[in-house]
Design a protein around this ligand. Structure first.
Ligand SMILES: [Fe+2]
Length: 525
């Protein structure tokens, strides 16, 4: 009897290890899913504590399809996967779940052909023998001129236009100078909006922001002027502005061009960091139209910092040490001369190297929980009176590696451009050790971490509790997680004060690795 019991225990331990080993379900998390479905009512697990004041539609953008059947032209950068939207319509404690691929021109042509058609991609193909031929390169060149060579609108969504579902323009946006409009209810593709072709736009920005205290959108584009010089155009979209006709706040010729993915706003300023990292257009052509293959890090070259006064259009240029960041977290003014900007720093090669298939599909089996200095969250103080930009780091109040290595920054949007204390983010160590972090920026010792082995977290969203004069972190944090052990996605609500999970609902359709999302509170159904 004893030996039978012992054998059963050993068997159970073996099964447990097999079922719950390192990186369990990670490959399944990366699986394509182009399935279209609409308004599936979700069921919260027993014991969930769901507030009845959650309203609006949260839309998440991320790659949904990487392959069209052919073995040729397999993508090597996961972000080259074609964008799929998932939406969660919150109606009090009820949630409706939808998913649909964005149907851009190049996506539909690729589906029809069963293979990727000629277009710009981020990285070269897995097999270099599959490279574009001369004729195809000519087609891509033509597409670049007319603005159709890149229409995979990963990884963000935004509303231009009025704050109502009938007049708002819900857009999928990327770092290209264009946007794809979709229907906020059924996620159907409504068409691509292009800016005017003269002066020729070269980049947009994947992370527009609201102008504090207004419903305006702030954005920027890089363009080539008639003299052939690059210039930056700082734009404001009022709710009545068409996509093609923003108000231009300021233009300036930067000291150097740069790959810039996001920016900050304060009460009066628009803040742009232009890093010593760029992809030269001629180099992109020579690299067979794979943008990230043309990345060039200019060693020992300063980062240019531009502070644009949105009231006057004045542009102030400062410089600081070489660095790179994908995501600004937030910024605010200490006084008229002094600003604080919080950045999630990244290795300059992260865009090209981090999401390549060989690395992504082969995460380390074990991790040493090493702190990566180049990926540290940092604060930059801009002093325009002294002409300085200085860096400082944050205290890790709980001695946890995740705490100061966060990205995908989310805040209480009521504090956008204002002094704030709490930042929520994802911390990703060795790809598969993923945690949600609440960072206390005011050093009150309130750093918190939510981590579960073999559960893969994604970006969060902060719902502030309705009411007046509530604490900044009084609210609910929403996120999407993949349970690697069950190989199933779920949504989770967390108490944003304690970071405790308070509600979980497993999804009937899995959501593959995704990037960013946004809540549209006016989109109530
Ligand atoms: Fe981003």
């Amino acid at each position: 009897m004893f030996y039978t019991l012992k054998a059963l225990v050993v068997l159970a331990v073996c099964i447990f290890h097999k079922a719950y080993g390192e990186n369990e379900g990670w490959v399944e998390y990366l699986g394509d899913n182009n399935e279209e479905f609409h308004d599936i009512p979700l069921q919260w697990e027993a014991g969930s504590r769901v507030p009845n004041w959650l309203y609006g539609t949260y839309v998440r953008n991320g790659p949904g399809q990487h392959s069209f059947g052919s073995n040729r032209r397999q993508m090597n950068n996961w972000l080259d996967g074609f964008a799929k939207l998932h939406s969660f319509k919150f109606i009090g404690d009820k949630v409706l779940f939808s998913g649909r691929m964005l149907e851009s021109g190049n996506y539909l042509k690729s589906v029809e052909k069963g293979e990727l058609v000629p277009q710009l991609t981020l990285n070269a193909f897995i097999d270099e023998e599959n490279e574009w031929n001369l004729l195809e390169e000519g087609q891509i060149m033509g597409g670049m001129v007319e603005g159709t060579a890149f229409d995979n609108f990963n990884p963000m969504v935004w509303r231009f236009g009025a704050k109502d579902i009938n007049n708002g323009m819900y857009m999928a946006v990327t770092d290209a100078p264009a946007a794809l409009q979709f229907n906020i209810s059924d996620l159907s593709t409504m068409g691509v909006h292009l800016p005017h072709r003269v002066p020729f736009p070269t980049t947009g920005c994947a992370h527009p922001l609201r102008e504090p205290g207004t419903d305006n959108t702030l954005w920027f584009m890089t363009k080539i002027g008639l003299t052939g010089k690059d210039f930056v155009e700082i734009q404001r979209y009022r709710p009545s502005d068409a996509f093609e006709s923003p108000e231009v706040i300021a233009t300036f010729e930067p000291a150097k061009t740069s790959l810039v993915h996001s920016f900050s706003v304060t009460e009066d300023y628009f803040v742009l960091f232009m890093y010593p990292l760029d992809a030269d257009p001629l180099e992109i052509i020579s690299k067979k139209f794979h943008v990230m293959e043309a990345l060039s890090w200019k060693e020992n070259t300063d980062t240019d910092v531009y502070v644009i006064n949105r009231n006057t259009g004045d542009v102030r240029h400062l410089t600081t040490q070489p660095m790179y960041s994908l995501h600004h977290a937030n910024a605010y003014q200490i006084n008229k001369d002094e600003l604080v900007v919080d950045l999630c720093e990244r290795s300059p090669n992260a865009l090209r190297d981090y999401l390549t298939v060989d690395k992504l599909f082969n995460p380390p089996e074990t991790t040493d929980w090493k702190h990566v200095k180049s990926d540290e969250f940092s604060r930059w103080t801009i002093n325009m009176a002294n002409n300085t930009v200085t860096k400082s780091l944050f205290v890790d109040s709980i001695n946890n590696t995740f705490v100061n290595m966060l990205d995908f920054p989310i805040i209480n949007e009521n504090y956008r451009g204002k002094p704030y204390c709490y930042l929520y983010g994802d911390s990703l160590i060795d790809y598969t050790r993923t945690a949600i972090v609440k960072k206390d920026l005011c050093n009150n010792g309130q750093d918190k971490v939510w981590y579960r082995e073999n559960h893969y977290v994604s970006e969060t969203w902060f719902f502030p509790t309705p009411g007046e004069s509530l604490p900044e972190d009084d609210g609910i944090l929403f996120t999407l997680v993949f349970d690697g052990e069950l190989k199933q996605s779920y949504i989770m609500l967390m108490d944003a004060v304690t970071l405790e999970s308070i509600a979980v609902s497993y999804l009937p359709v899995n959501v593959p690795w995704s990037a960013h999302g946004y809540l549209f509170p006016e989109a109530q159904f």
